[in-house]
Design a protein around this ligand. Structure first.
Ligand code: CO
Length: 378
């Protein structure tokens, strides 16, 4: 009887249906671990997907993957960028008792780090740990409402001491640490729950755009660039943009949804399910205004709903494409997402599909004449 109940409980959590091709791709991309500087597993997936669709594939000296779909001779160079890295941490040191202290990578919230499962990616394989949180049993009223600071946090990997953590588990200083959270269609509805939507959803969009462009080649040479180290300062976009030398830059990113309790339109403006977004302001760049109108025109003609986003924080790879050599018109196109930079984000399949439609249509329209007009300030 007990066993039957357990089976029923487990069954209720399993997806009620098989995942389709896009869901399987998004599942693989988000489940893969790639903290900034350790994007290898994600790069392998993107390379596998894009190599058959591209004329050639190369990397830059920092590790960004550049897949080129050559257009007609002399055609403009359109660079799409989506970043492979996710928020993570690095092992700093192991205490004599075998607890792991860490250095964060990327913009974590202290409250998002605590009492969570993480995987330490050691040379012996992944090691599961939890950021231990002191029990309220021993806390006074004031301490119960206090935020715990990251410097006091540690990972508990169940080691008996430092030597056990080093020798049995293979943990070393500098080992990357990634959030442990699995892709799930949330209650079999239209929203997908996963870690690392920032920016695996951008990679998914880029892959599907390249699939469509391969079928029906555009008038431009398209450079699909999966960048490294975005979360620690747009570093991969900087180097790869110099390698590509784009005429136009299209950053594909997560948008900040503000459609849940406790967040307001003053902070962010996108809603999940209301279509892709276009950034009009963030702390790293302003979009080219002609390109902004060009994207809006493509959306209007194709009946794709479009949202706008103006954020006071947030940086993205478009800022690097925009500033390369003499400068290139650039824009950030987004898939609205809830709860970014935490273990679990939520976004909608409809927004993903419409973002693929939009970016594909924009690139189809970027012939030499259109690019010349976009680059002209006369
Ligand atoms: Co991002």
């Amino acid at each position: 009887m007990k066993r039957l109940l357990l089976c029923l409980a487990l069954a209720s959590l399993a997806p009620a249906r098989d995942l389709d091709r896009i869901e399987k791709l998004l599942e693989e991309l988000t489940n893969a671990h790639g903290p900034s500087g350790f994007e290898g597993p994600v790069r392998a997936i993107v390379r596998r997907e894009l190599a058959p669709l591209a004329t050639r594939t190369e990397t830059d000296g920092l590790g960004s993957l550049i897949s080129v779909l050559e257009g007609p001779a002399g055609s403009p160079r359109v660079m799409m960028a989506a970043h492979m890295d996710e928020l993570g941490m690095l092992v700093k040191y192991i205490t004599p008792d075998g607890f792991v202290k860490f250095q964060t990578l990327g913009g974590w919230l202290d409250q998002g780090l605590i009492s969570q499962r993480f995987l330490i990616l050691t040379r012996k394989g992944p090691v599961l740990g939890i950021t231990g949180l002191k029990t309220p049993h021993v806390m006074g009223q004031a301490e119960r409402t206090r935020v715990f600071e990251r410097d006091k946090m540690f990972l508990d990997v169940g080691a008996t001491n430092k030597q056990d953590a080093e020798e049995r588990l293979g943990i070393r200083p500098g080992d990357p640490i990634a959030p442990d959270s699995r892709f799930t269609p949330l209650n079999d509805g239209k929203l997908y729950l996963a870690k690392a939507w920032d920016d695996r959803v951008g990679l998914g969009v880029m892959i599907e755009v390249m699939r469509r462009l391969k079928q029906n080649p555009p008038p431009a040479s398209v450079y699909a660039v999966a960048t490294v180290q975005e979360e620690i300062g747009l570093r991969g976009a900087h180097t790869s943009a110099y390698q590509v030398k784009p005429d136009i830059g299209l950053s594909i990113e997560v948008g900040v949804a503000s459609d849940y309790p406790g967040i307001s339109m003053d902070e962010a403006q996108e809603r999940v399910g209301a279509g892709p977004g276009v950034f009009l302001h963030d702390s790293s760049m302003l979009p080219n205004v002609k390109l902004r109108d060009f994207v809006a025109g493509a959306a209007r003609d194709k009946g794709i709903p479009l949202q706008y986003e103006l954020l006071s924080g947030y940086g993205e790879d478009g800022a690097e494409m925009q500033k390369v050599y003499g400068g290139a018109p650039s824009i950030n196109i987004s898939v609205p997402t809830r709860y970014l930079h935490n273990h679990n984000g939520l976004l909608s399949r409809a927004d993903f599909d419409r973002a693929v439609d939009l970016v594909t249509e924009v690139i189809r329209r970027l012939d030499a004449g259109a690019v010349q007009r976009l680059k002209s300030f006369d």
